[in-house]
Ligand binder design. Structure first.
Ligand code: CUA
Length: 318
């Protein structure tokens, strides 16, 4: 039964989350019933006007105490282990080529969605059923929180950080995307829809909403227009100015040695930070020469630039 009051279970983990919450509610209710039941029983039994036997109060009841403590310990620790395990699985972004990465940018007061194919939407997210979707979340201004109750997922959306959540939708339909963090005047209106489509419908939707160029191609254009190509070589494309800058081909996802002796993996966050705060993590054997692009490159353009750098793959780096 799926009435308006019953939230649909539309993702792979939704029913397990519901079972966990149900188990927690049942165990808590049993404890509550036992404690309050005994309380009311003794209130009635030992009320002033009742002449029940009041002797033997000093008798030790080790068995009852140990049993009661052990039973609740096992029950609640079991729920904790189950919950922690589920939480870790929900928080670990899946990896693999079949994972579809979609960027979601929170902004007062809307959700901006960027697809790898270059399409973009406001307050609408379209995904195919049965596919693992990784949402890369960031904010343009304040803290928001992306919540899709039908999928039982929610995650804070933070300015200056890339956070991710993932899901695998199991049922076609239209679901709500809420902002779960009070973020200003129109917080309550910051609502989008998630449309889950069958793979066939999704292909048709993509065909009906063609983008002139993919995210990486858009990034490539920005790479030239922001002047990045003047210094950074990307294999066959550009580079070779007077300033020596690290080559970018093949850098994505690989370890980068820094001038301070540490090594970082060039993920989305590192590349974003390097564009906005280039002096913070300088690549070993290079000079701190790059100007900051903070306030110049928008969050959308950062996503496009990172998509372009990622698309360079493992080039020869020269
Ligand atoms: Cu964004 Cu509340």
């Amino acid at each position: 039964m799926k009435g308006a009051l019953i939230l649909p279970e539309a993702s792979a983990y939704a029913s397990e989350v519901d079972w966990l919450l149900g188990a927690l509610a049942v165990v808590s209710a049993l404890v509550l019933a036992l404690v309050f039941g005994l309380e009311f029983y003794y209130i009635a039994r030992y009320r002033h006007s009742n002449d029940a036997d009041r002797g033997g109060v000093m008798r030790k009841t080790w068995g009852i105490e140990t049993g009661w403590t052990a039973a609740t310990l096992v029950a609640f620790f079991g729920l904790f282990v189950w919950g922690a395990d589920l939480y870790v699985r929900l928080q670990q972004p899946p990896v693999g080529n079949d994972v579809m990465r979609i960027s979601v940018i929170g902004k007062q007061w809307m959700w901006k969605v960027e697809y790898p194919g270059g399409q973009h939407e406001i307050n609408a997210l379209h995904v195919p059923v049965g596919r693992t979707i990784l949402l890369l979340l960031t904010s343009e201004d304040v803290i928001h929180d992306a919540a899709i109750p039908a999928f039982r997922i929610r995650h804070d959306v933070l300015p200056g950080r890339y956070e991710s959540i993932w899901f695998k939708a199991t049922e076609a339909g239209t679901y709500n995307l809420f902002c779960d963090q009070l973020c200003g005047t129109d917080h309550a209106a910051m609502i989008g829809t998630v449309t889950v489509m069958t793979p066939g419908d999704y292909t048709r939707w993509l065909a009906a909403n063609p983008a002139s160029e993919g995210l990486a191609e858009q990034g490539k254009r920005l790479f030239v227009s922001y002047g990045c190509s003047g210094c950074h070589s990307v294999g066959a494309f550009g580079g070779g100015g007077t300033v020596r800058a690290p080559p970018l081909a093949g850098v994505y996802g690989h370890p980068v040695p820094l001038s301070n002796g540490t090594v970082v993996v060039a993920d989305d966050q590192y590349l974003r930070d390097s564009i906005l705060m280039p002096g913070r993590q300088v690549v070993a054997s290079y000079e701190d020469k790059m100007p900051s692009f903070a306030g110049i490159v928008s969050e959308e353009d950062l996503i496009r630039l990172v998509a372009f750098i990622k698309s360079l793959g493992a080039g020869d780096g020269t």
